[in-house]
Design a protein around this ligand. Structure first.
Ligand code: F6R
Length: 366
């Protein structure tokens, strides 16, 4: 049932091209120039008139929510807040009839996320679910939603569900922006076309698996890791750090790269590997100077760069190349090598990657 892979996690990482194709099937048309989500057709006025969107989720799903926020704010110009469901539900939050609440959950059974949904519903908010498990509790409690359709996720560390969630959030932002008129037709078509190419890009990118397996061996000594990214890559840094700590039990933290100088730089020494997402986008020069600061303090840098990068490749200790894509779609590719890095480090350390200690696949208790 692991399809020839040693672990479900690796199988699920490699399934992502097929899963994301399934996720977009029937939603992005064959010409790749239009997205249709049935939830948006059925509840058009509710969604078009949302004054604010609040995303509630936990863990990896919360990271997908942070990317969704940037996506929705960029394309739809609606303010979005992203809340840990566990904090939202106990805070007497300001939420009401003009709000749309998006609940993101792979299992659809996470107790805190379900309770956040019930609370928001009782205050009159419109609830939109982004879930994987069909017919689970959260989709049943929502007004509408979009399944990610990535198939059952068995590995406790979430991989394909994360990229599926980000794909749905991207389609949601694009479809809503098109309906609202907050995106130009050219930008809309260009982004939809590029999104449709992402599964093929990931398929090609997965060839880095052997390179990362080799690289992982040289990083098993570390007790701490820092992950840095900016803009759309900041939540990817958080997600990369979470994957590593869950399955390898190495302490890891994700940070927006510019925050490094406000504290974490004090930690940098030769025992502290730093994974820096330094792709060719508006923030490239800034992340490059962060990398120089780390090298000046003998830190070891694993740089995630855009294919063909020559500058950062010279200063980093290890380099992983990503295909060139649009800024807003970068999380879908940048996540892949970070999943593989966490996986291989954990395997090298002899850890049980599919069943990490103390963790359950769905957290149905508080
Ligand atoms: C991380 C992980 C957890 C879940 C979190 C929410 O790899 O699996 O952080 O993302 O427990 O679970 P769902 O999405 O099922 O609500």
């Amino acid at each position: 049932e692991k399809g020839g892979y040693p672990h479900f996690m690796l199988k699920e990482i490699f399934e992502q091209p097929a899963c994301l194709t399934n996720c977009m099937r029937g939603r992005i048309n064959v010409e790749h120039d239009h997205v249709t989500l049935s939830a948006l057709i059925d509840h058009r006025s509710k969604l078009l008139n949302a004054k604010r969107i609040i995303i509630v989720a936990c863990g990896t799903s919360w990271h997908a929510g942070l990317i969704g926020k940037q996506m929705i704010e960029t394309f739809c110009r609606i303010p979005v807040e992203v809340e840990y469901a566990s904090e939202f539900r106990y805070r007497n939050p300001v939420v009401g009839e003009s709000d749309v609440v998006i609940a993101i959950s792979q299992s659809g059974e996470t107790a805190d996320t379900l309770a956040a949904v019930e609370l928001a519903k009782s205050r009159g908010a419109f609830i939109y679910g982004i879930c994987n498990a069909i017919g689970s509790s959260i989709p049943r409690a929502t007004d509408t939603g979009t399944y990610i359709h990535v198939g059952p996720e068995i590995g406790v560390a979430s991989t394909k569900a994360f990229t599926g969630q980000v794909t749905v959030l991207t389609m949601f932002a694009l479809a809503l922006a098109d309906a609202k008129g907050t995106v130009s037709h050219d930008e809309y078509v260009k982004t939809v076309k590029e999104l449709a190419q992402i599964p093929a890009m990931i398929k090609d990118l997965l060839k880095v698996n052997d390179q990362i397996a080799d690289m992982a061996r040289t990083f098993t000594y570390a007790r701490n890791f820092l992950y840095l990214g900016r803009g759309f890559s900041y939540p990817v840094a958080l997600e990369g750090a979470l994957k590593l700590k869950e399955i390898s039990y190495i302490h890891a933290e994700g940070y927006p790269a510019a925050e490094m100088k406000h504290g974490p730089i004090a930690l940098i020494d030769s025992d502290m590997p730093v994974v820096a997402i330094a792709t060719h986008n508006g923030m490239y020069e800034k992340v490059r100077s962060n990398i120089q600061e780390i090298k000046a303090r003998q830190g070891r840098v694993i740089a995630i760069v855009t294919k063909g990068d020559t500058t950062i490749s010279k200063i980093a200790d290890a380099v992983i190349e990503l295909p060139d894509t649009m800024d807003c779609l970068e999380p879908l590719v940048a996540t892949i090598p970070l999943q593989l890095l966490a996986y291989h480090i954990a395997v090298c350390k002899g850890k049980d990657v599919d069943q990490p200690r103390n963790l359950a696949k769905s957290v149905t208790v508080e």
